[in-house]
Design a protein around this ligand. Structure first.
Ligand SMILES: [Zn+2]
Length: 248
């Protein structure tokens, strides 16, 4: 079948964020919902988020954001795996980040891998674009027993992950009602106090209301969830696929 996965198909999940705070902003409600269902949920930051402050040195900001990220994960009840060590001056490459993500997936046997959509047409942040691509590649590489190829050995912990997900996407196929966990989500975002102010929180509040338009919810998140069949050579317009599903 060609159906997309649903939220109920998620059995364990790793959320990969380019910077500390992206997971909470893009999918914090989904994370809290999954945790409440008893599903193992992990969060990892690719970079330390050490750029972009005139007030703090990069090293000081990295320390602040590490504490904020841990606090936010504690609020959501997810296991925070820390960061991959990349920085504003050493942001990593698609291949280096991919290798790190596959390593984490194999260690924790992650069933569902979720990160930012690298094909969001107005996304301008280079780290988001790189991380989205790296996570997509990790989903494909994880089952390959000879990957990472430069090690020239078989990896017995290679396995097939089942679901790839994107947040910060315009091609969502899954609406997550987050009313019951909304306070938790917003508290987790507020935990990133070096990054957010009230005006930004108000903008986010409006955005989560917009995501819920046409649904029974006041607030929602929207994700794109894919099975492996959808992640390679799967070329069909959404409306054609919808018609096909309705006719079956
Ligand atoms: Zn970010």
């Amino acid at each position: 079948m060609l159906d997309y996965p649903t939220l109920d198909d998620i059995k364990s999940a790793l959320f990969v964020q380019p910077h500390p705070d992206d997971n909470e902003i893009g999918a914090g409600g989904t994370m809290a919902y999954l945790v409440q269902k008893g599903i193992p949920v992990y969060s990892v930051s690719v970079t330390k988020g050490d750029g972009g402050s005139d007030e703090h040195s990069p090293e000081a900001l990295a320390s602040i954001r590490a504490l904020e990220a841990q606090h936010a994960s504690d609020i959501l009840g997810v296991t925070y795996l820390g960061d991959l060590g990349y920085t504003n001056t050493n942001p990593g490459t698609i291949s280096s980040i991919c290798e790190d993500i596959v390593n984490i997936m194999r260690t924790h046997h992650i069933q569902t891998l979720i990160s930012v959509d690298p094909d969001l047409d107005n996304e301008c942040h280079p780290v988001h674009l790189t991380v989205g691509r790296a996570v997509n590649e990790a989903f494909v590489r994880c089952p390959q027993r000879y990957y990472p190829f430069h090690e020239h050995r078989i990896h017995d912990d290679a396995y097939h992950p089942e679901i790839l997900g994107h947040y910060f996407t315009k091609h969502d196929n899954t609406i997550v009602g987050i009313d019951a966990v909304y306070t938790q989500k917003m508290d987790a975002i507020r935990a990133h106090s070096s990054q957010v102010n009230e005006a930004f929180l108000q903008q986010l509040n409006t955005l989560y209301q917009a995501y819920a338009i046409g649904t029974p919810y006041t607030y929602a998140e929207r994700l794109k969830l894919l099975y492996p069949i959808h992640t390679h050579c799967f070329a069909i317009r959404d409306e054609l696929l919808e018609s096909l599903m309705e006719s079956l």
